[in-house]
Design a protein around this ligand. Structure first.
Ligand code: SF4
Length: 344
């Protein structure tokens, strides 16, 4: 925790110590002019390595999430629901009330040193983005990466944040001693769509520059093409433009994922749709009539189109590294829980 970062104009107050339950102790809540409209809830977590429930369906079993809530503010983010577990609002509250586990690096170092820890793969960025803007202030990831590197513990990072480039040297160093997977999420390249549906994220082109920069440093980077938004980013020409840009950035793989609309995200996304694309509301109601997932035929169609395009542009499926995406969308059976992947 960088207490010295506090300025006179920061406003600190003691928050309700019970706000975040038994998993963490709230240290303080602050608003700062550097992040207008954002409130940080600094907590000291009691545990930082989280076991993924139902991990058999996921490509990872352990996660580290130094933040909760995300200023990237993607309208469709299905980690929104998890803010409700903290008694925080899942709409604007998710975008602006950010829980920061200020002791994440020291806690991780301690937990990795435990005789019970078996050195398993640790996935980061699977719930909310660990390179969201708050990371510029709190700088938790360097300590986390260093702790993993010191133990040669394999890990992966999934992000929409360009801030990851700040830690390029650390990631390169880690990759010399252990297996490091990096994936960037770019669902589409339409900038008008990006501005309204992912308002707090770096532009798709800037995210692709991250892919390029990682590749130039010898860090293979795949792209999670998520979400593909029905009727908004799924035209053949749009898919082609996106896959072409991903290939041109040097991505090693592309994994498409169609929009999920789970409770929490569904209400927020539908309100956005009604404001920006009212003519699509009925079509979405029909497409998502059976629940959170688009029909299998639709998911299969998108997957096939993207894989065909990927082959055409010389990319393979995500197989060269531990994948960061959930199982293929057309696979029947139970789905990953929303706390495990938020469409980053
Ligand atoms: S989808 Fe990812 S980047 Fe977007 S708000 Fe959710 S956690 Fe943040």
């Amino acid at each position: 925790m960088r207490w010295e970062n506090l300025t006179d104009s920061d406003h600190a107050r003691t928050a309700d110590a019970t706000l975040f339950g038994a998993d963490a102790v709230t240290v303080r809540t602050i608003d700062t002019p550097e992040f207008q409209g954002i409130t940080f809830h600094e907590v000291r977590a009691r545990s930082i390595l989280n076991r993924v429930p139902g991990a058999s369906r996921m490509p990872f079993e352990w996660t580290v999430n130094p933040y909760r809530g995300c200023t990237h503010a993607c309208v469709y983010c299905f980690a929104r629901k998890t803010h409700g577990y903290l008694d925080l609002d899942t709409g604007l509250g998710f975008d602006t009330q950010i829980v920061v586990k200020v002791n994440a690096p020291e806690l991780l170092r301690r937990q990795l040193a435990s005789s019970r820890w078996r050195g398993e793969h640790v996935a980061m960025g699977t719930n909310v983005d660990c390179y969201q803007r708050a990371e510029g202030r709190y700088r938790l990831m360097p300590g986390i990466i260093t702790a993993l590197t010191e133990r040669a513990n394999p890990f992966s990072v999934l992000t929409k944040g360009t801030l990851i480039l700040r830690d390029l040297d650390l990631l390169t160093r880690a990759a010399r001693v252990t297996d490091v997977g990096v994936s960037v999420s770019v669902g589409f390249t339409d900038t008008e769509l990006w501005r309204t549906v992912e308002p707090g994220t770096p532009a798709p082109e800037r995210r692709l520059e991250v892919v390029r920069a990682l590749g130039e440093r010898g860090l293979a980077c795949g792209v999670l093409m998520a979400p593909v938004l029905p009727y908004l980013s799924d035209e053949p020409a749009q898919l082609r433009a996106t896959v072409r840009a991903i290939a041109a950035a040097g991505a090693t793989s592309v994994t498409p994922l169609v929009l999920h609309l789970r409770p929490g995200a569904r209400e927020w996304f539908t309100a956005w749709l009604a404001r920006h694309h009212p003519h699509l509301v009925r079509r979405y109601e029909r497409l998502y009539a059976d629940g959170a997932y688009a029909p299998t035929w639709y998911q299969r169609r998108i997957t096939r189109q993207v894989h065909d395009l990927a082959r055409e542009y010389g990319m393979g499926p995500a197989a060269d590294r531990r994948p960061l995406s959930p199982p293929p969308p057309a696979t029947p059976g139970p789905r990953p829980h929303p706390t495990q992947l938020s469409f980053l």
